[in-house]
Ligand binder design. Structure first.
Ligand code: AMP
Length: 297
């Protein structure tokens, strides 16, 4: 596997790959890799020929400095996993490469700019992690500029993030094709996440109740009002020993709360909850799929 720390060397190598007929599939990550990340890399290799993985713990998307400090960093192990998976290229930029000249980079606020995604960014993660998506949009924008891929692979695990990046690509008239890959789960249903490694054994036992609760919302989608389902889902998470932040039955495109399920082509149930000190998110498509449906609203 080729490892690049500087985008000039990376670009040279990717030009060579393009001339030999490969498309470039890009998988941006923050490292501490697990099978969810590797599934994205495999899909990129299958569909594009060449997969580029980046590992960059982006300081501007952490609204909580303690979260940034705690975030697991396992680069040596990650390199081993990527090599075993057959990933051809790893981009490992330093903070100064992504944010040149800024010793202490801050997220550039999107509000009021041409890249302001409006209500997409103010619900769910946007409401509970102020500034988070400003940082995500900033880093993905920059990474796309440096890597110039044909396809961008992102996990459904971060559904709202995918929606934001879909908006970013549209807003910048980007030719990059966005591919949303399904969430990879542990055997007990817990969505794989780098943060799972930080769970205490007791919290690890509680954590699958998030996926269970999201599945339950699907069973009652057509029987109870959406707000009643969300309230009961929050209660279920509390009873399981978690501290829920939100459960939202949302339109799969606009991410705004669903009132009448019949009026939406795509419905996604999203949740965030704390297990001890660790904040976990998950979601489940209850109706339709954004890649297969026409936006109604
Ligand atoms: P992260 O390193 O957490 O920033 O994630 C990098 C990419 O991997 C993002 O597009 C995530 O949505 C995706 N990802 C993380 N966990 C999973 C998972 N369990 N299944 C599928 N994709 C995932």
């Amino acid at each position: 596997m080729w490892i690049f720390r500087h985008h000039k060397n990376l670009s040279g190598h990717l030009t060579f790959r393009r001339t030999s007929g490969d498309l470039i599939g890009f998988v941006p990550t923050m490292g501490a890799l697990h099978k969810g990340h590797l599934a994205l890399i495999r899909q990129a290799m299958r569909e594009c020929g060449a997969a580029v993985c980046s590992i960059f713990v982006n300081p501007t998307q952490f609204n909580d400095p303690a979260d940034l400090e705690r975030y697991p960093r396992t680069t040596g192990r990650d390199i081993g996993m990527l090599t075993a998976t057959g990933c051809q290229v790893l981009y490992l930029p330093a903070v100064t490469e992504i944010y040149p000249g800024k010793t202490n980079p801050a997220a550039v606020p999107l509000r009021g700019t041409a890249l302001d995604p409006g209500p997409l960014a103010t619900v769910m993660e946007g409401a509970f992690r102020p500034g988070h998506f400003d940082g995500v949009m900033q880093v993905v924008h920059r990474l796309l500029d440096l890597v110039r891929p044909d396809c961008l692979y992102m996990g459904q695990k971060d559904y709202q993030q995918v929606s934001m990046i879909r908006f970013l690509l549209q807003a910048t008239s980007s030719p990059v094709r966005l591919v949303m890959s399904p969430t990879v789960r542990e055997a007990d249903g817990l969505a794989m996440s780098s943060r799972n490694a930080l769970l205490t054994p007791a919290d690890r036992r509680r954590a699958p109740s998030i996926a269970d609760t999201l599945s339950w919302t699907g069973t009652v989608l057509n029987q109870l009002p959406p707000r009643a389902i969300e309230a009961e889902a929050m209660e279920r998470l509390r009873r399981a020993g978690l501290e829920p932040e939100y459960v939202s039955l949302a339109d799969g495109f606009t991410l705004q709360p669903v009132e009448d399920p019949a009026r939406h082509a795509v419905i996604v149930a999203c949740a965030a909850a704390r297990a001890g000190k660790v904040r976990l998110i998950d979601n489940l498509l209850l109706k339709g799929h954004p890649d297969l449906a026409v936006e109604l609203s």
